[in-house]
Design a protein around this ligand. Sequence first.
Ligand SMILES: [Zn+2]
Length: 350
Amino acid sequence: MKIDQEIGALTLDLVNIASVSQDEQAIADSIQAALVEVKHLKVSRINNSIIAQTNFGSNQRVVIAGHLDTVPANNNFPGKKTSTEIIGLGSVDMKSGIAAALKLAAAVTNAKYDVTYLFYESEEIETKYNGLELITKQAKDLLNCDFAILMEPTNGIIEVGCQGTLRFQVSAMGTRSHSARWWNGENAIHALTPVLEILNSYKSREPIIDGHKFREGLQAVKINGGVAGNVVPDEVTMTINHRFAPDITPAQAEENMKKLFKDFNFQLLDVASGAPTGLNNELIKDFVSKIGTAIAPKFGWTDVARFAAAGIPAINFGPGDPNLAHHPDEAVKIKQIEDVFASLKDWLTK
Ligand SMILES: [Zn+2]
């Protein structure tokens, strides 16, 4: 993989280095080898994450970050190139963003901010494997910065903040009996009827935060129950996912859900806080005005929230349609990768 080639070809090269989560050694080796050749960068490595820092002498630093891993292939590996698109696993999420960041790392030899380019492992799986998390634990100083840009796919617009996510279970108990003599039992699955009613009649909150409308959600994502085809079930559990806007804390979101499902056994599974928009931060304001694209709220959870939790304002800005992320037909327009690269380069150097 050579950085010094056309950005579409570079994206294709990256797509064609398999890097399903926990199998990022080859791509990390390849990126490390390319970046150590770039004179103005100091390159470090933590496990399979690569960190490359400039030293332009600015008193402000920005992190430009992207993850190296992909979800498993779905008949879309290796990738291919047409005259306008790169098609294949990870082309959208997020090797086109990685290609743009690598190009910037090589091309920007002086800038108003110092830059830390971060290419990290295992974003698509549990937190304990996440490269950002690992660097935070082992070498936190490498992440020191005033502002972070996550090059996750946003279709070339700026996406601000992100919603929090909370998963919990509600369960109901009953009494087993033969389904032919059902009157001897009490059906636990039927006892969840009020839960379904709550879910169906739930009115999503749509708060406007710094001028941008977020949209919460409450969805059943799994149900477990039943004993056999002729038994009235005595136990049922439903897993529910609540997406909450970043104007409330995880504790408030949990409290709201406990209130809503107060008549049921409630068990919290996991929760991750959202991230504020950062639009009142001076560096983000400057970024937004220089880049000049549309701005939208981020509905899905991204590592922007991890930066926010560490006190670092962060936004999402990258090539690729997020609706195609993790999709078998992943494809990205080469023109969009070029545009994202060019606007970041102008912002850093003009
Ligand atoms: Zn991603």
